[in-house]
Design a protein around this ligand. Structure first.
Ligand code: UDP
Length: 239
């Protein structure tokens, strides 16, 4: 597969065209941003961790029946993925209260939730990705009911698969963000896209409750690289 011209540069990834129809190459950067781009920095080696961790988890999810955009790992930082039209919703699943949920509802971080929850944010940087409900998403034509139903079903399935897997490596899956896309080469079928990494999940050590994710960067907790490398090692990707 040939890597052709750059199509897009985001906060953490670049996307390139390829000579294969409906396939792009994603190239993961070490750049880190938080608070809608207000905080900027770099986390050495993050691109490698996020690329390889995301691919590892997408393969696991595919095996468990969740369709994804994953095609092939090209290098430590590059992956071939199916070209999709991204549904402009950030889909957030929570098992334990943290971050904006704790703040919004006045619940202490670390409080177990009685059931896993789902929420949507409207992917719109100018508006600061506001919280949105499923009726609003339908009213704004961001997705159809059928797509929203499929997204909910897959998101909870991802939670079940990942919770079980992380539990085995001594990691608590607190919450995470997913993005889905429409596979136009396959009738607009909804598939999991974007990434699953310490940038997009809250991951706590099961024993010490130490944070092994991007909160170390957001909250200036130090040892940011160590946290990403620890997740990499726990997944056995350092060997
Ligand atoms: N998240 C993300 N991208 C965003 C917003 C949130 O990946 O633009 C992830 C975040 O890492 C966490 C989960 O979604 O795992 C829930 O984040 P929350 O709503 O608590 O927002 P935050 O406190 O990070 O602003």
């Amino acid at each position: 597969m040939k890597k052709l011209e750059q199509l897009y540069e985001g906060k953490a990834k670049k996307v390139f065209a390829t000579d294969v129809e409906n396939v792009c190459i994603v190239d993961y950067k070490d750049d880190a941003t938080a608070f809608n781009g207000l905080k900027k920095g770099s986390i050495a080696g993050k691109g490698v961790v996020n690329n390889r961790m995301s691919n590892f988890l997408f393969k696991l999810l595919e095996a468990k029946g969740v369709p994804t955009h994953f095609v092939e790992e090209i290098s430590d930082r590059e992956t071939a993925v199916k070209k999709v039209e991204i549904v402009p919703l950030e889909v957030i699943i929570r098992n334990i209260a943290a971050g904006s949920f704790s703040k919004r509802y006045g619940v202490e971080e670390g409080t177990d939730l009685a059931v896993p929850t789902i929420e949507f944010s409207y992917k719109n940087d100018d508006l600061g990705d506001p919280l949105i409900n499923d009726y609003h998403a339908l009213a704004l034509k961001l997705a159809t009911w059928e797509e929203i139903d499929t997204i909910k079903k897959y998101a909870f399935k991802v939670n079940e698969v990942l919770k079980e897997y992380f539990d085995k490596i001594g990691v608590i899956l607190v919450d995470f963000k997913l993005e889905f896309g429409r596979d136009r080469s396959n009738g607009g079928k909804i598939i999991l896209a974007d990434e699953i990494s310490p940038d997009t999940c809250r991951l706590w050590d099961a024993v010490t409750k130490e944070k092994l994710d991007k909160d170390r960067f957001r909250r200036d907790l130090g040892n940011v690289e160590d946290a990403y490398n620890e997740m990499f090692a726990r997944l056995g990707l350092d060997k």
